[in-house]
Each structure stands twice: as C-alpha cells, then as structure tokens.
Design a protein around this ligand. Sequence first.
Ligand SMILES: Nc1ncnc2c1ncn2[C@@H]1O[C@H](COP(=O)(O)OP(=O)(O)OP(=O)(O)O)[C@@H](O)[C@H]1O
Length: 361
Amino acid sequence: MSNAEISEKKTEKVVVGLSGGVDSSVAAALLHRAGYDVTGLTLWLMRGKGQCCSEGMVDAARLCEELGIHHEIVDSRDVFEQNIINYLVTGYAAGATPLPCSRCNKAVKFTPMMTYAREKLGINKIATGHYAKLNFNPESGRYELRRAVDQNKDQSYFLYEVGQEELSCCVFPLGNTTKVETRKIAAEFGLATAEKPESMDLCLVEANGSMKAFLDKYLTPVQGKIVDTQGNILGEHDGTYHYTIGQRKGLGVAAAHPLYVIALDPIKNEVIVGDRTEAHEKECTINQVNWVSLAPTDVPFTAEVQVRYRTEPANATVIPLEGNRARIVFDEPQFSITPGQAAVFYCGDLLLGGGLIEAKQ
Ligand SMILES: Nc1ncnc2c1ncn2[C@@H]1O[C@H](COP(=O)(O)OP(=O)(O)OP(=O)(O)O)[C@@H](O)[C@H]1O
C-alpha cells in the first residue's frame, strides 16, 4: 500500500497487530499519521520471555503511549498452544518439518484478529507490518497478494494460507517499503523500537534457545540408526525429530563425499542419508491447498513454485487433485523438498496459492 493510498482512507478505524517490533510500530505510526483512528492489538502468544511474550507486550504498550493510541492485549496463549505448539510437536514426531509461521498467520493472527476487531471493537480493518502487497482485482473478484518491494524481506510465502475474507479486511502498509526505509521512518517518528534488533529466528526458537530445546520439552529423543538408501548403517542419531530433509551439518557421519538427510522414518526410527543428487525430487504432492490470487481450479497450470522460505522459486506444473490436494511436477529436480513445509505457487510476484508438502507415499 502506498502512502498516497493510505491518505485516501482518512478517518477510517483500523486495528494494527503490534508485536512490539519495528515493522508493526512503523505500520501503526504511518496509519496514525495518515489520519486513521488506530487501535493497537497485541496477541499474547507464549509464556516466557521474548518478542511474542511479555517483552513484546511491554514494547507495544510503550509504542501506543508514544502515539497516543488505544492498546488492547488479548491472551492468545491457548490458541497458540493448540494451533502451533501441538501442530509442531505432532508434525516433528511424524517425521515432518512443520512450518509454523504460515499456520500462525492464519489460525492465530489474521482470523482471530479480524474476529476480535469486528466483534469486540466494531472495526472492520486490520493492518500488520508484514512485507507483502495486497490489491483487489475487480475482474476476478479476488484479493491478490504480491511479493513485497523489498525482495529480501518479502513475507508473502508465510501469508499463502490467509483466506479471502481475512484479506478483504487487511492493510499492509509496508508492502512498498524496504526494511532500511522502515528503520529510517521509525527514527524520524522517534520511536523507541527504531533501533530494536531484527529477530533472527522463529519466535519459538528465540523463546527456547533452539528448536531442539523446544522439542525436547515435549518429545523424548530415542537413539537410532543413520542409514544410507541401501540400508547400510553409517552412524547413530539422537531422535529423528532433531533432523530435517537437506540437512548436511551435524550428522556426525564420516564419508568420502558430503551426505544429506534425504528422508526421516520415525516408525523404524531411522534417519536416511544420501548424496546431493539423492536429496533432489522432481515431484511432490501437497494438501490443504489454499487459493489466493487464483480462483480455485481443477485445471493444471504452470507456475514458479517455492518450497522453502529462503529457496528460489522453480518452474513447475501444478496439477490440482481431489480433496484440496495437488501434484507438483518440477521442470528440474529440486533440492530438499520437505514434508510439512509449504509449496507456494507464484506467477512473477503474484501469489497464486499454496499447500503443505506431504510425505512420499
Ligand atoms: N504478538 C503479536 N500480536 C499482534 N500482531 C503481531 C504479533 N506478532 C506479530 N504480529 C504482526 O505480524 C507482523 C509480522 O510479524 P513477524 O513476527 O512475522 O515479523 P517481524 O518482521 O518481526 O515484525 P515486527 O518487526 O513488527 O515484529 C507484525 O509486523 C505484526 O503486525
């Protein structure tokens, strides 16, 4: 959303999701300066210390004081536990590497924020500091998501699960702003969050020290074998859920050439490793497909498909299947296609839709 667009919407009420970080602070400050009637809303997500815990709430409250706007805190710890903690723990235990952020956006942030804003505050607009662009396409009748101008900060991948109803209420004031500009704007506004360091990791990792430490609170690691595709035993692992597809470091296996995790078998309690070529797949299936800019279709189409947040999208054919599933056939084999991660389809910067990668049958 451009600043010109923001200023057209003066006097409208908007609820801004505030994490206590610089991005949502600037989103709120820009909307406030443009004349919006802004309410800050912080979801209390986790017990403990960190950005999504008490620290974030205090920083968000301070921002609201600085801007002179109303602030609400909603205790969402149970929602987070049910939708994210349980989801991660069961997914890792089953040999997947679940992606928490897109699920959190849908189930913990956007839908609950929209409902709270409407039902408790009588407000129909919500804004966040996500780096993504949003527009309505009158021809297709759909709300379209696009990659942010700042390609390095682009968070559209994590928004593919958000529904059309939620998107119809959303404003993303930072879609056309680079992170460098955001920090500059924060400094111009004199916000205390201007110098706040970038969170480098998942909130759960930040709060627990590491993903391993988080998972070890819920799962009991059972030692097992690291094997190659022929079943040769190469070493020992300390619990399949400590590993992910494509992982090379930390295997503790000496070999003539680099070895990568190519599969996890929690039933046999095995980590299967292979060389880099074996860590490539040409096809995968996905489920829980959510259509964003593209209306639901059963007709195959070509797209650029991104299989991890930080991987380059690759050309592929998406073949929709019954039951909200799809098969993706890549033009070239792709490295580390990982069950539990999202495959998100783009056409240029337009996010068409996406789904969750299933385990190989
Ligand atoms: N606990 C929360 N309560 C309300 N909104 C939140 C919360 N956490 C995140 N958000 C919203 O989601 C956006 C994206 O959050 P995320 O943590 O992915 O990114 P970020 O770049 O670290 O953002 P920020 O700098 O605002 O913390 C935030 O800018 C904010 O608007």
